[in-house]
Design a binder for this molecule. Sequence first.
Ligand SMILES: [Zn+2]
Length: 276
Amino acid sequence: MPELPEVETVRLTLKPALGAIIQSVWTSGQPLRLNRPLPVAALRRALTGRTITALRRIGKYLIIDTDGPRSLLVHLGMTGRLRVHKAGDPREPHTHVVMTTGDGREIRYSDPRRFGQVEVVRRGAEREHPSLAVLGLDPLTEKLDGKYLLDRARRRSASLKAFLMDQSVVAGVGNIYASEALWRSKLSPNSRVDRLTGPRATALARGVRDSLRHALARGGTSLRDFVDAHGAEGSNADYLIVYDRAGEPCRRCRTPIQRSVIQGRATYFCPSCQIL
Ligand SMILES: [Zn+2]
């Protein structure tokens, strides 16, 4: 599932679409997340004839602004791809939205598993959308520090792993970067969040920021489906420190990395140097 570095990579690689004029909008007619049908009429009304003016991101949500009052809100779900093609390129299977632009290109959204989200929002009011109103701090665009995490940890008893993956705490961190950030901060994924202290919270904030920036610099992590807006895979999978590396030696202490399941999700950690 794409997490913050992957979504940010899509945003950055979509930049050639800035300034393009959307001439027409096509949809597959199939529903996406929550079995909600795509809002075809609203998409056409909001986008047709409009110029793409900005590409923004909040957590794992992409926002495509136009010179009109409404913006396109996109969440890639598990297998969503947002790509720029030449208009004549064959369409990938499971293409659900196509925006044809005046310069002979198409911005296409494809999504085999259809857990993604494509909606229209009023520009400037996107934070009022129910999916975004609940989001916590975005660790790339806002200041994530130990004080913030400590504050959000109050009166909670979840595991640190679950805490990091809670989108109302830190927006954009998912299963991969939660494991990576905890290794970087030398904290156990099973540790209870109410045991977080000032220094540990500071280390955790740094671990989150560093693991995300590290991945972003490598174009994101492509384990299965993720590609950027040009169709290129990111190289960060080769640079993950613990995720999907059970049995391999820890880079700090050489102890084999362990895999366990927390809240139904695979979790990777070093049992020797992540003990707090
Ligand atoms: Zn270790």
